[in-house]
Ligand binder design. Structure first.
Ligand SMILES: NC(=O)c1ccc[n+]([C@@H]2O[C@H](COP(=O)([O-])OP(=O)(O)OC[C@H]3O[C@@H](n4cnc5c(N)ncnc54)[C@H](OP(=O)(O)O)[C@@H]3O)[C@@H](O)[C@H]2O)c1
Length: 250
């Protein structure tokens, strides 16, 4: 089967490509670097010819509110008609748990991306994931105020990128759900505690302060804003194992 991964060079994309190739599929890692651009439309028609499944793992180069909304809207408006013309039978996209429960510019853009998928007419599965463990350092940096990192005690359940890629590959090979599946890491704990564990593990001296008023990318975080409320498929890699693997990789 021919599978095109839009954003196949990114964090999750580059881990998903080899899994699907190993299972015997023809996989194209498509991105601007390889001449496929969902914003300009460049290369889309050619790369989608003969494709059964498209996995969209692209991300906006800018996280500024307006730029990210424009990225996901323009991308969907170019990609979906091109997929329909090529007869694509399954569109898989990676979204985020809780995007409709916490208000921030990035989450609003992901809601817009999901709406375009749902109305595209192409059979689809949206995978809503919790935050990637690989994102913990970035979260600490974005919440830092000098030597203090202010974070909400709302529940947090990060998942390792290796687990995300394995699940994305499984979902892409299954029948379209025409709905949303949720995925999360195997451990759930307050946001401030997980980031404190992370900073300690990487010997970062900054102190994490528990602050119920601290937002996430500007949005308010309640106790269960960022974790799945219903059934979710869990990754296998716990925090300690993920730290061990990341340190082994250097
Ligand atoms: N971070 C989290 O915790 C989290 C949680 C849940 C879901 N997600 C979602 O997961 C998805 C993948 O994230 P990631 O961290 O793996 O992304 P990433 O590492 O930032 O990679 C982004 C990819 O998008 C490609 N791209 C950028 N502009 C493009 C364009 N105009 N046309 C086609 N491709 C383009 C890049 O290609 P080049 O290499 O050529 O630049 C790259 O392959 C995103 O949709 C994100 O919203 C993230």
């Amino acid at each position: 089967m021919k599978i095109v991964i839009i954003g196949g060079t990114g964090l999750i994309g580059s881990k998903t490509v080899p899994i699907l190739r190993q299972r015997g599929h023809e996989v194209v890692a498509a991105s601007p670097k390889s001449g496929v651009n969902t914003i300009t439309g460049e290369g889309l028609k050619d790369v989608l010819a003969g494709t059964q499944v498209v996995i969209d793992l692209a991300n906006s180069p800018s996280f500024e509110d307006k730029a990210v909304l424009e990225f996901f809207e323009t991308s969907g408006r170019n990609l979906h008609p091109a997929e329909a013309a090529a007869g694509v039978r399954h569109h898989v996209a990676l979204s985020i748990v809780g995007i409709d429960r916490t208000d921030n510019g990035y989450f609003r853009a992901k809601v817009a991306q999901e709406k375009l998928i749902e109305t595209s007419g192409i059979p689809y599965t949206i995978i809503r994931s919790t935050q990637f463990m690989e994102f913990l350092g970035g979260i600490a940096d974005s919440s830092a105020d000098g030597n203090m990192v202010r974070l909400s005690p709302g529940l947090f359940q990060p998942i390792a990128a290796d687990d995300v890629a394995a699940i994305v590959a499984d979902v892409a090979l299954a029948a379209p759900r025409n709905g949303i599946v949720e995925i999360a890491g195997p451990e759930r704990a307050p946001f401030n505690e997980i980031v404190a564990r992370y900073l300690k593990a990487v010997r970062d001296p900054r102190e994490v302060v528990r602050d119920p008023e601290a937002g996430y990318w500007g949005g308010r975080v309640e106790e269960r804003s960022l974790v799945p409320l219903g059934e979710a498929r869990l990754g296998r890699i716990g925090f300690d194992e993920w730290i061990r693997r990341s340190q082994a990789r250097g």
